[in-house]
Each structure stands twice: as structure tokens, then as C-alpha cells.
Design a protein around this ligand. Sequence first.
Ligand code: IMP
Length: 202
Amino acid sequence: MQSSARNAPEPALTVLLTADQIRDRVRELATDINRAYPAGRRLHLVSVLKGGFIFLADLVRALNRQVTIDFVAVSSYGPGTHSSGEVKLVKDLEIGIEDRDVLLVEDIVDTGQTLAWLRTALRARHPRSLCVVSLLDKPSRRIVEVDVEHVGFTIEDRFVVGYGLDCAEQYRHLPYVAVLDQRVEDPGERGPDASNGDLEER
Ligand code: IMP
């Protein structure tokens, strides 16, 4: 009873993906990834902060194998609600990736600019392989073509929060993914957390 009260959506939110749907899909993704990297391959997961932290935590447990983990954080400048595509590394990796099988763990691919930049930056460090798993994908928003080898859910062009994703640093804790009511906050085209035109941390 208590847990259902905790899982009840907040008034401004419409649940898009329930905690159960996410859990089931994460398990399927883990199966696909385990198949793609046979047991002898040492998998190195790189999570993109902050939005990917819950996905990483669930994915790594569903993978149920020895992996190593590292984090990067990126920011981008965007005037108004538009991301300029000018991405900056604000937290670098702590572990070198040369000759490693790297799996980049993303929360969501939107315009593709962040991921395209990250792919190029990581490739330059000569990993043995580089693939991407993203919980969510909004292909209709794409500006830059970019490969995403494993996608959890393809969604419409809606601003979503929860399960690690935020709006102005809120809602990350929610166990589900929800569409934020645009009347509550005016996110403009890209989303509420991008509306200040300043350096925007993901
Ligand atoms: P891209 O460079 O446009 O693909 O932006 C990707 C980043 O934008 C993600 O890692 C998120 O931090 C953020 N983002 C894009 N769409 C959403 C959304 O619907 N909710 C929350 N964050 C989003």
C-alpha cells in the first residue's frame, strides 16, 4: 500500500513507462548485451552523468557479470531552448579505455549532438570497441545521425522526467518515466532544464 502511494504520479506528470515496464525492458537489454559480449570479453561501462545513473545501476545488476564502470559528465551551451551542439567535457573518465570493450550508457538520445560528440571523443582514445545503450530514444528530434546499438524505448517528441531524467534537477528519483505537463513549466522546444541559456549540465 505504501509503495503504491509512493509510485503514484505527481499531478503534473503523466506516466509513460511504468517501473515494471522499465524493469522488464532492462532485463531484455541485458540479455542482448550479454549475447553481444561473450563471457570472455571484459565489458567496460561508461555512464553519462547525471541522467544515466539509475539506468546504469539497474543495467549492471541485470547483466549479472563482471564489469568495470566509469563516468563522464558533459555540458552544452544552448541559447534559449536550443542546444547549440557545443558539448564540453565537465568530468573526464578516471580509467583509460584503450583496448577496452566500451559500452556507453545513456539516458536519452534527443538531437544526437551529445552522443555524436561523445562517440568521437571516446573513439579518439582507441577503445577495442565502442557501442551505445540508451534507455530512451527520440528519433524525431534528431539533428545529427548517430548510431545507438541498443535502445530501450523509442518515444515521441515529449519532454520526459523520472528514472534519472530531470527537469531543473527535479524528478530524477521517480521509479517511472513520465511526461511533464507543459502547462506547469514552459520548457519550450527542448525542455525545461535547457531554458536558461547557460551552461547546461546533462
Ligand atoms: P541531445 O544532445 O540533444 O541528444 O541531448 C541529450 C541530452 O539532453 C540527454 O542526455 C538529456 O540530458 C537531455 N534531454 C533530452 N531530452 C530530454 C528529456 O525529454 N528529458 C530530460 N532530459 C532530456
